[in-house]
Design a protein around this ligand. Sequence first.
Ligand code: MEV
Length: 313
Amino acid sequence: MGKGSGFGKVILFGEHFVVHGVPGIVSAIDSSTDAEVKKIEKGLVIKDERKAAKGYAEEKRLQQIESIERMLKTMGLDPKLPLNIWVGGSLPGFSGLGASAASSVAIARAIAEELSLNLSDEKINQIAYEAEKAYAGNPSGIDNTAATYGGLMWFKKNTAGGPDSVERLRIRKPVEIVIGSTGKVANTKAMVAGVAERKKKNPEKYDPIFKQAENLTHAGRKALESYDLKKLGGLMNENHRLLQEIGVSSKELDLLVDLARKHGAFGAKLTGGGGGGCMTALTPGKELQEKVAAAIKKEGYEVLKTKIGIEKI
Ligand code: MEV
């Protein structure tokens, strides 16, 4: 049997914009998806035991099958290779946390181990990127890169098709964050396609927003590196406003973002594809983290308490 894992992530700056070549900043979190793979005689058996938002497994089922076929093809194998696949781990199947990319990385690593293919992380990342196309249509590559390598990263897609620009960022000390889940499963593919369509139709509105998003990611990097957390939070708020303007927030996301800010979060924004899924709040210190998490929980939403910038992940 082969085994593998992939990290979950939060995007601090630049989701959606990153698909079009704007830089983004992403941090892996200390939750991962694990997979086990065994060759069998025939068929594809998937046992998905991840804790997930209601309807997540059903909504993603066909995309998951397509992603596995894409992976096998990219590995130079029969896309219909009979496999028994188990998926689990500590990362919940909430939209926005990179669960699809984490599972693709985990499954690719497990397949490689089961078939004794000695694949580098670079190759695993490339395989997971191809798999992400099943979930996101035209992914930037930020999620699979975070899922493969972990850590805190600067990511800029090379929209001309060459190698992306990926840099590891380091901060003085990890910072507490709260992730709140709306409980709504989002279709990343539809969200990404929607932004591309609106951008194409209305460049007068969208081009300046994309420029602002680029400036924000640069400012966010400075704030992270100088450990100016008040500034960082303010920039995350700004990023949320831009995401609202491009039409990817939702009533529930805005509600959770407002709630987190009202309870003292330094900043809060949706994270990932939006349209449901998750938000994240910057809550330095255990006490503030607890306070914001409790406020979100009290309204009946699920939370995850973690940190950004953890060195070992
Ligand atoms: C999803 O986590 C992030 C998006 O920007 C899609 C992508 O970059 O592939 C919405």
